[in-house]
Design a protein around this ligand. Structure first.
Ligand SMILES: Cc1cc2nc3c(=O)[nH]c(=O)nc-3n(C[C@H](O)[C@H](O)[C@H](O)COP(=O)(O)OP(=O)(O)OC[C@H]3O[C@@H](n4cnc5c(N)ncnc54)[C@H](O)[C@@H]3O)c2cc1C
Length: 323
């Protein structure tokens, strides 16, 4: 087995582990398990409460970044979990300074707002958040989830976009359907965040990582930029970022990355002095899935995780200097 195949298998195994119910339950119920992983997760999770979150946002904004916020957690299945998420976002918006010069962008998964229970519930909850946010001129970006949810996520987006000019959507280049979806999304004039896609999808509906996917990503991005939509290229891939820069697309849209992943790459985007890049900051106590996905998308991060655990890093402040 060559290196590429080994990496692919490790990524696959980590994604299965990330989705495994036993470990997700164990994480929620065991403080020992949480404490063990926390020093490694602190690289990616900016804090577990609003105080830690806003401290971090301020620091990043001061050195020249736009910011994004996402409350950690995915695929909430009970009404009480869903209500917790909705209330969290409502409180978050309340806590964002009214007259702040830089406003963070909020992002979330619709499955956390109830799309797994019913479309109507997710619409109602998303509407509550958008209404509150638009009054403070805060933009919202909906994440894209597993392909079984794509239709419902787009349906909800199209319905709500008619009412909310602050609403944008994420699209996944890996899905074969995305170029068709993009044509409809572009017409709404919304902000589009283009990602490769984090979920393990079957070959008949998606492309695996590789040159063909990178080419498709660039074609989609060119299309978005040519249509004058506001957009972000949310990728942590230095080669792809290089290609985007070579074509000059970076002068039209923002580079967006997750906190803790390759800080030197987003720093290089900031130093180009074109469009201010955005660091998406995940916070909250339910960070197991977010953390596992970061390991899965780049299995070499496991070594770093062990080092972080060994050094027992206490919080994400340690990484400020890298930005
Ligand atoms: C802001 C943001 C929002 C996102 N929202 C969504 C979403 O809504 N739905 C969704 O499906 N996915 C989302 N993703 C994840 C995305 O789809 C990819 O899985 C993720 O960005 C990794 O793909 P890539 O383009 O960065 O490069 P890949 O092709 O995965 O990797 C190429 C190279 O990039 C570098 N790299 C990538 N990830 C890492 C890492 N974690 N650590 C170190 N190096 C790394 C490595 O050098 C790697 O060899 C989001 C990503 C970002 C940055």
């Amino acid at each position: 087995m060559n290196n590429y195949e080994q990496k692919k298998m490790t990524t696959r195994a980590l994604k299965i582990l990330a989705g495994d119910h036993f470990f997700r339950e164990l994480f929620i119920s065991s403080k020992i398990f949480q404490d063990f992983l926390r020093p490694a997760a602190n690289r990616y999770i900016v804090g577990e409460n609003h105080f830690e979150l806003f401290e971090k946002l301020k620091k990043l904004e001061c050195i020249g970044y736009n910011t994004g916020i996402e409350f950690a957690g995915e695929e909430a299945s009970s009404i009480s979990e869903i209500n917790t998420v909705v209330n969290e976002y409502i409180n978050l918006i309340d806590n964002i300074e009214e007259g702040a010069y830089i406003k963070p962008q909020l992002g979330f998964d619709l499955s956390n707002l109830g799309s797994g229970i019913s479309k109507e519930l997710a619409i109602l909850n998303c509407e509550k958040i958008c209404e509150k946010a638009i009054k403070k001129d805060i933009s919202i970006i909906i994440s894209m989830e597993r392909s079984k949810w794509t239709d419902i996520i787009l349906d909800i987006f199209f319905i709500l976009r008619k009412k909310f000019s602050n609403l944008g959507i994420t699209l996944q280049a890996q899905l074969n359907r995305t170029s068709d979806d993009l044509a409809d999304v572009i017409k709404t004039g919304c902000k589009i965040r283009l990602v490769k896609g984090v979920y393990d999808e079957s070959e008949n509906i998606s492309l695996p990582r590789g040159e063909i996917l990178d080419k498709r990503y660039l074609t989609l991005l060119r299309n978005i930029a040519d249509n004058n939509n506001i957009f972000s290229y949310a990728t942590q891939d230095p080669k792809l970022v290089e290609m985007i820069r070579e074509e000059g697309i970076h002068k039209k849209g923002e580079h967006e990355m997750l906190h803790g992943v390759k800080p030197e790459l987003i720093k290089s985007s900031r130093e180009l002095l074109t469009i201010k890049p955005r660091i998406s900051c995940v916070y909250g106590y339910n960070w197991y899935l977010h953390f596992m996905h970061r390991l899965a998308e780049h299995p070499e991060n496991i070594y770093q995780a062990f080092i972080d655990i060994h050094l027992n890093n206490k919080n994400s402040e340690l990484y400020n200097h890298q930005y």
